[in-house]
Design a protein around this ligand. Structure first.
Ligand code: ADP
Ligand code: ASP
Ligand code: MG
Length: 416
């Protein structure tokens, strides 16, 4: 069994859907399961519906119309005017409107999952019907009945045993199957989601449950590169990397593969290929167990807009276990994600992400017990397999405030 994952970029318009069809025709359709995300940036657009529904009802209609029109344009290109597929999508979005009208819950995370799921339900309906039109036989499955999760909405945990049983019972492995990425279902019959960018993880879940031969993630880049091409010039392809390397890169913030994807694959030694949907001749990146990175290049990862906090005791005493544990309690309480820690006798520094905008309250509380220095808007660079030259390149991007070097990895906080 082969598992293919097509993300939003690979089905962002009619042309791209046609391209996916031709990939399947060339690569073969038997024993294949396709995991498909919402089209283009549709999940962001569905998030706007959630926001409008919860906080700004006057913007709700425009947010819903935007999503409906986006799909209608693609459907017109693929199937012509007034198609059956348009009717199917109208019914689907009608269900969403019905849900919004009847709902009484105020639980944001629950509502989020019941709303954003329509992105994947719509994309898979369109792709499945287009395949059929082009003679590519396929089976559309509702993944919410296959991936069974708990009810932690927006970050659902998979019940592996139930999921594997259900998948093995319901997926006909001879056929070409289509499932929605990112979604699951809980035992109450509600939709759940696996976290943003979670479709890669869906591919990992199916691969694990079906003992797949391989997973291929199709991207708009050649494969895994040694840096994010949107941020760095002169990026190069990594032809071969290990599961561990991929996990490390994802941990430090590389956004090319969802970090949860790797573990299910690693536990069954299922290789992962990252290939370009724009050029089938390229072999892309192969991720397997224990291999050395090839070619051996410094890999750059950047986290922008971080805050560097340096903390010392008011009386210049040492920073030891009790004050460090107090600081961590506060970091946890104010949901500050710590991306780097450095400790010396009299000072303790952390580089944090202010994702939930609670930094100011944290700072006010911290200030009452410690001397606190703050530098906002810094960039945190991580360089795996660093060289002197690679570090120099980073140091030139601004004023380096802090450097931490481990065996394979260097991290530098830079003030631009
Ligand atoms: P998808 O539509 O499949 O979810 P994404 O847009 O989420 O695709 O991810 C693909 C993008 O990830 C690429 O276009 C690239 O800009 C970015 N990216 C970030 N880091 C890397 C990296 N190390 N290697 C390749 N691409 C990367
Ligand atoms: N559509 C979802 C998102 O954009 C899941 C995914 O694409 O992986 O987060
Ligand atoms: Mg993505």
């Amino acid at each position: 069994m082969r598992i293919y994952k097509f993300g939003g970029a690979s089905i962002k318009d009619a042309e791209s859907v046609k391209n996916v069809t031709s990939i399947l025709q060339q690569e073969g359709t038997e024993n294949c399961l396709l995991v498909i995300s919402a089209m283009g940036k549709m999940t962001n657009a569905f998030e706007k519906i959630v926001h409008a529904y919860c906080y700004e009802r006057e913007g709700l209609k425009a947010a819903q119309d935007f999503v409906a029109n986006f799909h209608t344009e693609i459907i017109k290109d693929l199937f012509g005017e007034a198609s059956e597929v348009q009717e199917k999508i109208d019914i689907l979005f009608g269900k969403l409107s019905g849900f919004l009208a009847q709902n009484t819950s105020k639980d944001y995370d629950y509502l989020y999952d019941q709303i954003v799921c329509f992105g994947e339900l719509a994309s898979t309906t369109i792709v499945s019907n287009y395949f059929a039109k082009e003679g590519v036989e396929n089976v559309w499955n509702d993944v919410r009945q296959l991936i069974i999760t708990d009810s932690s909405y927006r970050d659902a945990k998979v019940d592996w045993q139930k999921t594997q049983e259900t998948i093995l019972q319901n997926i006909d492995q001879q056929k070409l199957n289509i499932v929605q990425g990112f979604l699951g279902g809980d035992t109450k019959g509600n939709t759940t989601t696996l976290g943003r960018e979670g479709s890669d993880y869906t591919a990992g879940i199916f691969a694990y449950c079906l003992d797949a031969n391989a997973v291929t993630i199709w991207k708009d880049v050649q494969g895994v590169l040694n840096a994010d091409p949107r941020v760095f010039k002169d990026t190069q392809l990594l032809e071969q990397i290990s599961y561990e390397e991929t996990i490390e890169m994802a941990f430090y913030g590389a956004s090319v593969i969802h970090p949860k994807t790797i573990q299910p694959l690693q536990s069954k030694d299922i290789p992962l290929y990252v290939r370009s949907f724009k050029d089938l001749k390229l072999s892309g990146t192969k991720v397997t167990r224990g291999v050395a990175i090839q070619p051996l290049l410094p890999c750059f990862i950047v986290k922008k807009d971080q805050i560097l906090v340096s903390i010392s005791a008011l009386d210049f005493s040492f920073m030891v276990e009790d004050n460090i544990s107090h600081i961590f309690k506060l970091l946890h309480q104010y949901l500050l994600k710590v991306n780097l820690i450095q400790n010396s006798a009299i000072s303790f520094s952390v580089c944090v992400d202010n994702k939930f905008n609670q930094f100011e309250t944290f700072y006010e509380e911290l200030k009452s017990s410690y001397k606190v220095d703050v530098v906002k808007g810094v960039d945190l660079y991580t360089v795996r397999h660093f060289t002197e030259e690679a570090l120099e390149r980073i140091n030139k991007t601004g004023q380096p405030l802090l450097t931490q070097i481990n065996k394979e990895t260097a991290q530098v906080v830079v003030n631009k």
